[in-house]
Design a protein around this ligand. Sequence first.
Ligand SMILES: Cc1ncc(COP(=O)(O)O)c(C=O)c1O
Length: 378
Amino acid sequence: MRDLALVRGEGARVWDDRGQSYIDCVGGHGVSIVGHCHPQVTDAICQQAAQMVTCPSIFYNDKRAALLARLAEVTGLERAFLCNSGAEAVEGALKFARLSTGRTGIVATMRGFHGRTMGALSATWEKRYREPFMPLVPGFAHVPYDNLERMERAITDETAAVLLEVVQGEGGVRPGGGDYLRSVRQLCDERGALLIVDEVQTGFGRTGRWFAFQHHDLRPDILCLAKGIAGGVPMGAIMLGPQVQGLRSGVHGSTFGGNPLACAAALATIDVIESQDLPAQAAEKGAYVLDQLSALDATVVREVRGMGLMIGIELRTRVRPYLQALIGERVLALPAGPTVLRLLPPLTIDYADLDLVLDALSRVLVVGPFSDTGDDDA
Ligand SMILES: Cc1ncc(COP(=O)(O)O)c(C=O)c1O
């Protein structure tokens, strides 16, 4: 936990309880796609809060119906199950894959992160998250990411689904290769397994397209969404393609899933992403930041990588003290593993703020190294 009490947010800025402002490149762990308290989203929430907050899925609701249509439009996948978080989206995806194929195996990837409920945690790689909760759900295998040969060996006729991220987020901001991802798709087709793409972190414009799978002409059978979907209101969605079968009423459910408040917030968020063409903005701003960072002469930097406004700076040392030093520069950033400094700013951030972030980074990265005395949970 960082020594900071945040009490207000607006756009790409947040304020602490002493009135000090910070440029927010944590963005609620990638949630603030449209920025904090976007007026259109705030209006939609206020109006819906005065109209109807809860409505279970046994009844039709206008906002939910509108959102389902909108999600189908932007993802290209027609059916959706609405839930409340990323882990829940992954959890449901795993259940649907097992139900649809009648198989139990799930192939996930090393360094993959999919959440902390038991199914999602079973697919997550990091030992530190898994070990205290053993035994986890059986049937999960992990193979190295971006390694087709190992993937090929792992998919068997017991495999219900392959689950992967297009860019591994928590695992260090590691984009997968297009050929690799398309070949995994083909392997799934050949062997009767489903492809689950986890876009909880990469979705809704973050990587410079509406969804990261669109960079690679990839066709997910199941798409997991959450984080930025509803402008900060908790929501997740599982989008389903035609290969997913056997879903009958009652096989899965959620009391809060698809509540009208979250649906109204999501509709407004999607409108903002579309009207401001935030995916294009993310592509342009991300390219600018990567360019500037690549020109930085800092020996502590091993590599700079990313897609759109999902940026990782891999250091030759632990990242935690650098994050702390950035707070002193009034910039909030987050780690992606022990040595990667990650930036997930709102896609609405302006160039003046991006330049301030770059200035702060160049000061901190050139001045280091700092010594680390704490744990990795920076
Ligand atoms: C790729 C991915 N999947 C799933 C999750 C879990 O989402 P949540 O924290 O909303 O449960 C995350 C969270 O960081 C994520 O990055």
